[in-house]
Design a binder for this molecule. Structure first.
Ligand code: ACM
Length: 521
């Protein structure tokens, strides 16, 4: 790194500073081919408001150009890029469009933080330091998970979050769309999922307690959902920024909002309310053919909305109490030759693994899907530590590491009493920064099954976007570096220095990151 380090987050794989600067002027043009016109236009929209420069997109610019090109000969992988800045031109090349998109984010970070303003900033010199960067990610799954079931988050906030993810070169947004406390995605065939399931009468509030007698409530109804048009907008916006949206439809547990809407999906036929408190409920999906058909129908619509190769079906925290007592569930176990209720859950998950595979998609689920036998095509998201991920990788399954320590961002960021209500312990920024997604227990071949990792934001105690941002940032910036930058480039002191400058960008972008204000907001 140069004496005055460029404050890039995440740190590029290879960076050589050069002498001089490229000056963005009213004559600067963005040069590209028709295939990259959309990406060039994104760059123009990024840079134009604050700089006030026209930055017209053209196919040939004789001088002062920012040139963007596809170059299949560059050996930097699907998401890598090469960025060369000289006083005469900026040249951004990548084999694939996703690499170009990541390169644009680096380019934005080479300009002053004021670049991120959405109106003209007078008196600025728009200079890009000369540099040669060759960059590619360490991991192919760099994710951010957001639970919109416990608290609905408005579409505009989802778009803002995606823009921030893109800035940090994340490429997966795991959208946790259904919960006991709310069903958040419109399904045309089953309108009551949102008419009934997207709204609840009340919400539990802090302090966190497992004792029903001590629970406190807001006294206010809560709800909301995304229409299919909203979803298409989000998916497109993400794709334009190199991000795949992985939807999660929870089954067979965490599905009480669906059962409230359609009681025949449960085990008892009992009419239930959308849940108003947090925790694990014993009310889970039944295992009848009607339930399988219903969720096939739901997924049919989900597949038309989400091009993601991976579809998340949840699979976590499914108590077996109702199945033990249900004659229908017991009959299913008998007819399928299943020894216990864990195997019944496996049978359920296997059904959807096959169903998704027949449609060219891959099932991903939380690590409980290991219990009772893992479905053949399943990818495991290891959240109860890394043991599930290790077992799955050793068995030849792909794995996404999402252990509570340190990737759960509903845990507080420090031990200070001033932190807002969290869940679990605390995961500091440094804990996240020092995380190593490849466990020592895996040999080189097994380690190839670790696709990457992601940060989890569960929103029981995050009623609004401001609180989500407070919990997510800057920890996601640290995770971005863990997942993108080379392992041997990890440097906590250097990261803190770069982060100090990076936080200026986040402040301009109005991110309510931890530490921005004297008191938590
Ligand atoms: C989880 O935290 N229940 C995946």
């Amino acid at each position: 790194m140069p004496a005055a380090p460029l404050s890039l987050v995440p740190l590029p794989a290879k960076l050589t500073p050069r002498e001089g600067m490229f000056q963005v002027t009213p004559l600067t043009r963005i040069q590209t081919s028709p295939a990259l016109h959309g990406v060039a236009d994104l760059l123009r929209r990024y840079l134009r408001p604050a700089t006030g420069m026209p930055l017209t997109v053209v196919e040939q610019a004789p001088h002062s150009r920012i040139a963007i090109a596809l170059d299949p000969r560059l050996a930097v992988g699907d998401e890598g890029y090469r960025l060369t800045v000289t006083p005469e031109e900026v040249l951004l090349r990548a084999p694939k469009q996703s690499g170009v998109i990541h390169g644009l984010q680096t380019l934005r970070q080479l300009l002053p933080p004021a670049t991120f303003r959405r109106a003209f900033v007078p008196g600025m010199d728009w200079k890009i330091p000369c540099v040669d960067i060759e960059d590619r990610p360490r991991f192919g799954w760099r994710g951010s998970h957001l639970d919109v079931g416990r608290h609905f988050m408005p579409k505009d906030f989802i778009l803002k979050h995606l823009e921030l993810l893109a800035l940090h070169k994340f490429n997966v947004f795991h959208w946790h769309l259904t919960e006991d406390q709310g069903w958040r995605i419109e399904i045309k065939k089953y309108p009551k999922l949102t008419e009934v399931g997207a709204f609840r009468s009340d919400s539990m509030t802090a302090p966190r307690t497992r004792d029903p007698a001590l629970r406190k409530f807001s006294g206010k109804p809560h709800g909301g959902f995304y229409t299919q048009d909203d979803v298409r907008e989000v998916v497109r916006y993400a794709a334009d920024r190199g991000i795949t949206v992985v939807p999660e439809i929870e089954m067979p547990g965490h599905a009480m909002a669906a059962i409230a809407a359609y009681p025949e999906l449960g085990n008892t036929g009992q009419h239930l309310e959308v849940l108003t408190y947090w925790g694990i409920t014993e009310h889970v999906l039944g295992v009848g053919d009607n339930v399988l058909r219903f969720f096939e129908d739901v997924l049919e619509e989900v597949l038309t909305l989400f091009p993601s190769p991976f579809i998340h079906i949840g699979g976590d925290e499914c108590p077996k109490t109702e199945w033990r007592e249900s004659p229908a569930a017991q009959a299913r176990m008998k007819s399928e030759g299943l020894r216990d209720e864990d195997e019944l859950q496996s049978w359920f998950i296997r059904h959807f693994d096959t169903w998704l595979a027949q449609r060219g998609r891959r099932l991903v689920g939380w690590d409980e899907i290991l219990e009772g036998g893992l479905a053949p095509g399943a990818t495991v998201m290891s959240w109860r530590g890394e043991a599930g991920g290790i077992a799955a990788a050793k068995a030849g399954h792909d794995v996404v590491m999402a252990p509570q320590q340190p990737t759960y961002m509903d845990h507080s960021q420090s031990e200070l009493a001033t932190e807002p209500q969290g869940i679990g312990g605390h995961n500091s920024l440094e804990d996240v920064y020092r995380y190593e997604p490849i466990p020592a227990e895996l040999n080189a071949d097994e380690a190839k099954h670790v696709l990457g990792s992601q940060g989890q934001v569960w929103t029981e105690y995050m009623p609004d976007p401001k609180r989500v941002e407070y919990m997510a940032w800057p920890r996601l910036a640290a995770l971005a570096e863990v997942l993108w930058s080379p392992k041997d480039a990890r440097d906590w002191d250097g990261f803190q220095q770069r982060l100090a400058a990076h936080l200026e960008r986040l402040a301009v972008l109005d991110v309510n990151y931890h530490g921005r204000w004297p008191k938590p907001a």
